[in-house]
Design a protein around this ligand. Structure first.
Ligand code: TGC
Ligand code: FAD
Length: 392
């Protein structure tokens, strides 16, 4: 793979809006990605393997629980710093950002927000340091966009719960130490349970042959009469709103992350267009390639403004689910379109692993599907502005 020469586009001087801490955190993540991710990621994506050796580095840059208070091992940062870390990691690879998103927003967030003090103390510091890795089980074979229909269930057996069912498409499942699992009790009410690797009847088969997110491990969670200790129930919120609350936080991070992937594709295409000579001049001097590049930087700039404003609202506790949906949908769509255009700027070279663009493009096919599909986010906006839910 080519050396990582990335230079971040900042067409509207957004750096002026960042404080010193934001810039420090962002620059540390950027340097780490250049040093520890870019040189190895193509190889791991080709092998379809998650590079476990980067777990310590992710912890060091604060990617595990950026906004979780320091007393629980988190970085105690604000939401804009969280977004910037996700942006920088996804600039390297969406699969690596997935690992960080799941650990932070789908495992640490529910334990911090819905868990007991004992659960916080037991799990959060280890998750923040990367000693424990976690995964989040919501999606099932028969229930993806409609998680409320889930069939995974648990029964109260007096001194423990008995868990049965299966989850599909679970990021990090093949190597996770713990899983935050959403299941229905005898009354059909959804609760979160912490399931630990090694519990009898709990298996995590890996999903193979993905063309997308190849450097991220994806698998199933299978529960066959798993005895879960009662103290592993997350007691402070139940109902579908509990997992959906976690998704708000992860989707927010993705709205920043997608900008990173788009910036990398744009930067690569711009550099290539300036260097590639056809018909005696750089292809960057042709109107058609300028149209592609000019539209890319325009869309990236709009997405940056959207994410920054959403970050301000999130810091104030005012960001709504619908606002987050709009940003996730818009920014991922923006990134996938830029990846497709950027790939064309590179001609045949664009399909090789010498450059990151094709990998980003394939990764973004997952990003536009998980954490709520492109369609579902449009319907969330539609519901918000009309008052009518068109899902059912
Ligand atoms: P609905 O009737 O609208 O809502 C049920 C209850 O939940 C409440 N609620 C929320 N609460 C907190 N935060 C939110 N964002 C909430 N959204 C809704 C709602 O008020 C209601 O509460 P109550 O008290 O009235 O019961 O639910 P619905 O069944 O109609 O479904 C709505 C829909 C389709 C929008 C929702 O289910 C949805 O978002 N579906 C998409 C599923 C999804 O995003 N799955 C993601 C799985 S995890 C993943 O993909 C990880 S990828 C790895 C990575 O991140 O990198
Ligand atoms: P479906 O819900 O079956 O949707 C199929 C199509 O129908 C889509 O185009 C959808 O937009 C459309 N559709 C569905 N309902 C409607 C409707 N009402 N109106 C119009 N169109 C509709 N889940 C987890 O719980 N944890 C994870 O860690 C996780 N990681 C993932 C990693 C990867 C690589 C992938 C690909 C997925 C992951 N997921 C995870 C699952 C992901 O969240 C789901 O794939 C996603 O929510 C969509 O569900 P589905 O695949 O079952 O598609």
């Amino acid at each position: 793979m080519k050396p990582d020469l990335f230079e971040a586009p900042d067409y509207y001087n957004l750096d002026d809006l960042l404080n010193d801490e934001h810039k420090l955190v962002r620059d540390a993540a950027r340097q780490w990605v250049k040093r520890d991710v870019s040189p190895i990621i193509e190889d791991y994506a080709q092998k379809a393997e998650f590079p476990k050796q980067i777990i310590g580095g992710l912890a060091e840059i604060g990617a595990f629980g950026p906004y979780i208070p320091e007393e629980y091992g988190g970085a105690g940062l604000d939401q804009i710093s969280y977004g910037l870390i996700m942006q920088e990691i996804e600039r390297g690879d969406s699969g690596v950002r997935s690992t960080a998103s799941v650990q932070s927003s789908l495992v640490m967030y529910p334990i911090y927000t819905y868990g007991t003090e004992e659960q916080r103390k037991k799990y959060l510091p280890k998750l923040a340091s990367g000693e424990f890795m976690g995964c989040f089980g919501l999606t099932e074979p028969n229930h993806g966009s409609n998680p409320g229909g889930m069939e995974t269930k648990f029964e109260d057996k007096g001194d423990h719960f008995l868990l049965n069912g299966a989850k599909l498409w679970i990021s990090n499942s093949p190597f996770a130490d713990i899983a935050v699992v959403w299941a229905k009790n005898e009354e059909g009410r959804i609760h979160g349970l912490i399931v630990e690797r090694g519990m009898e009847g709990f298996t995590t088969p890996e999903t193979h042959n993905k063309w997308s997110l190849r450097a991220s491990a994806t698998g199933e969670l299978v529960f066959n009469d798993v005895k879960v200790p009662k103290e592993n129930l997350l007691p402070n919120k139940s109902g579908l709103g509990a997992p959906l609350g976690c998704l708000d936080s992860a989707r927010y991070g993705i709205s920043w992350g997608a900008i990173g992937a788009a910036m990398d594709c744009y930067d690569t295409a711009l550099r290539y267009a300036k260097e590639r000579i056809q018909f005696g001049k750089p292809i960057a001097a042709t109107q058609l390639q300028q149209k592609k590049l000019a539209e890319m930087i325009t869309e990236i700039t709009k997405a940056q403004l959207l994410a920054f404003r959403l970050g301000q609202l999130k810091n104030e506790g005012r960001a709504t689910t619908a606002q987050i949906s709009m940003a996730k949908r818009n920014n991922v769509d923006m990134a996938i379109n830029i990846a497709r255009e950027a790939r064309q700027v590179l001609g045949g070279m664009g399909i090789t692993g010498e450059y990151s663009i094709m990998r980003h493009m394939m990764n973004l096919e997952s990003v536009i599907t998980y954490e709520g599909t492109h369609d579902i986010h449009l319907l969330i906006t539609g519901m918000d502005i009309t008052g009518h839910a068109a899902f059912k």
